[in-house]
Design a protein around this ligand. Sequence first.
Ligand SMILES: [Fe+2]
Length: 351
Amino acid sequence: MGEILGLGMTHYPPLVGVDENMAHILKTVLKDPGLPERYRDPANWPEPLRREFGDDGGKKSAAVHRAELVRHFRHARKLLDDFRPDVVVIWGDDQHENFTEDVIPPFCVLAYDAIEARHRPRDTAAPNTWNETAETVFRYAGHRAAGKFLAARLIEQGVDVAYAYTPLHHAGLAHAFLNTLLFLDYDRAGFPYPVLPFQVNCYGRRVIAQRGYRSSLANPIPEADLDPPSPSPKRCMEMGAAVARAVRESPWRTALIASSSWSHAFLVDKHYQLYPDIPADRRLYEALARGDWDAWRQTPLAAIEESGQHEMLNWFALAGAMEELGRKPDECEFVETWTFNSNKCFAVFRP
Ligand SMILES: [Fe+2]
């Protein structure tokens, strides 16, 4: 029977860059012509945002944020190394990278044999924390057999998942998957475990309309031009539970990883995209910490969308899997930030 380690983490792109650029999403919003004038002045910001942004554009706070995230990634890597997985399943979003106008699957198992990935050009346009470029190549083993097994068992359980043996539009890996692996190898020792990326259509109504990123405040996209929705939080939990049942019966020791930050400021229009929805994240975090999976299941997609928590659908998959295994987190920690676009959360569910 396959042992299972559950981990929750983030693939936060600004961690690829350097500290002076970590607040760049906020700085982009400050230049949006649609931002009400009063918010261009930090004097009119909520106090925690003003304090964290400081008088250096957030540079000193960025070092603190980075240190906290890197500490969690080194810890998660140690747990993975101790566990020695045969396969690492990563639930991640695709932000108009591998899947675009010709097809958007709700879920897709990427059952690749081998992976050759590169940073997104936009992540290396500014200095990169490792001095890597868009030409730097990262090689990982895939796990086609585990991918076929998982897709087959999901379909048999009534979760009609798509699968692929090769990338479609994005050679290598979309950044949700690649950044997760790069952060789990922050010290660049190599990542020896076969990887099974599992795409979730987190951006739903905004995946094509906004290419998985922000909309302009000056010219918001009309409701009628948005796309069909993501799978619901409840459905993501059902899929996660089906994955847990499949993996439990598999011959492989499996790490199940949910990778995403929580509320994203650039998706929170009620805050003019300046800072994330911290109370909404706190509510889900408290439910996570006590293993209150019903509170998660009852969260409507509309609430997720309003709070910019789209990418948390990856975490709903993990929540469904852990509920199915009768687990609550052995460790979890919420990393709050007002300045650096998104709150982060880390969680460990020991085998
Ligand atoms: Fe993402």
